[in-house]
Design a protein around this ligand. Structure first.
Ligand SMILES: C[S@@+](CC[C@H](N)C(=O)[O-])C[C@H]1O[C@@H](n2cnc3c(N)ncnc32)[C@H](O)[C@@H]1O
Length: 326
């Protein structure tokens, strides 16, 4: 059963969880480390005995720390969302902005959860001053009983996982996390894509990508990193420059069928590693596949057919990503 965290984010790797699990199951390590934990979906599904989970976004870390300290429980969440959800309904949605202002002033983790579950498209975005700035999803009845139950069950599940393991959550820059690595650690790194998000907690440069590579290799720990390999428009050249000493495994993140044959698009997600994985090939072999126009896919093809409207939306998104350097 897939564990779904209560916090939403556009960078969430729910779709990669099973793949990462299959590829890391047989690897031995003392501690699972994530320098970019985000929502934590990967760690919470892998359920390592011991983990160091870090992010530079204090709100994510505070949220999970509050669960760990039992300041946030499923009961507290249920009560909170019922009350705040009623205010949202009574004010025809205006209460969202009251909570957003309150959160930007005080940073309460329950307010963070409220915003994450009632903002537009479950996005997580912060302005230049670090303020949450995603607008309301425009559904005043957002916190219907069924959703509140779902979220409080998600909180319950996560608190059980945290309680069973020896987990440490830290708000810190990835450079600090790299400096704390031991060779017996296993690292799952999921950095932002270069140039893609320019957000207070989520921007990323070539220099940082190189620093990350050097730090991971230098730590002597085994690691995997998730990134993208290619789409219809571009190939991620960093895979073959910065990460050229790594094995590569790929998966089709989306393969959707639009209205026309020409709308068929594949986006290849990649995991890079300093160890050979179940699905991986060498970097050199991947490069030669690309040069010789041979399939870049190292796993079984899975076709997701989506309705025309959604296919067009995805097409649009790919074009935008392309413009932003993805
Ligand atoms: C792609 S997301 C990770 C998503 C996560 N794997 C998940 O499934 O939810 C990247 C994360 O890196 C964090 N981040 C960005 N720059 C960072 C930095 N310099 N140090 C530490 N974390 C950083 C962001 O706050 C964001 O949560």
């Amino acid at each position: 059963m897939l564990i779904v965290p209560p916090i939403k984010s556009q960078g969430i790797k729910t779709k990669l969880v099973e793949w990462i699990n299959v590829n890391t199951q047989r690897i031995e390590y003392d501690r699972w480390v994530e320098p970019f934990m985000g929502t934590g979906v990967v760690a919470f599904n892998i359920k390592p005995k011991k983990a160091l989970l870090c992010d530079n976004n204090p709100h994510l870390i505070n949220f999970y720390k509050a669960i760990q300290r039992k300041e946030i429980t499923s009961g507290i969440v249920k009560h909170f969302l019922t009350e705040e959800g009623q205010k949202l309904l009574d004010t025809n949605g205006d209460h969202y902005y009251i909570v957003r202002d309150r959160f930007n002033e005080k940073g309460n983790p329950l307010d963070f959860l409220f915003l994450s579950r009632s903002c537009f498209n479950g996005m997580m975005r912060f302005n230049k001053k670090g303020g949450f700035n995603v607008p309301f999803c425009r559904k005043p009845n957002r916190f219907a009983q069924a959703l509140i139950t779902k979220i409080s069950n998600q909180v319950k599940m996560i608190s059980q996982i945290i309680e069973l393991g020896d987990y440490e959550f830290k708000e810190q820059d990835f450079k600090q996390t790299l400096s704390e690595l031991k060779s017996s650690d296993f690292v799952y790194a999921d950095p932002p894509y270069i140039g893609r998000h320019v957000d207070y907690f989520d921007s990323w440069s070539e220099e940082e990508e190189k620093f990350l590579h050097k730090g991971l290799v230098g730590s002597g720990s085994k690691f995997i990193l998730s990134t993208w390999l290619s789409n219809k428009y571009r190939t991620n050249d960093y895979v073959f420059s910065v990460w050229k000493d790594c094995y590569v495994a790929t998966k089709e993140h989306f393969y959707y069928v639009g209205a026309k044959e020409s709308n068929r698009n594949a986006v290849y997600e990649a995991i890079l590693s300093n160890i050979e994985l179940k699905d991986s090939i060498t970097n050199f072999e991947m490069k030669s596949r690309i040069n010789n126009d041979i399939s870049q896919l190292t796993t079984k093809r899975r076709i997701h057919i989506v309705p025309k409207q959604m296919a067009l939306k995805l097409e649009e998104k790919t074009v935008v990503n392309n413009l932003h350097g993805l």
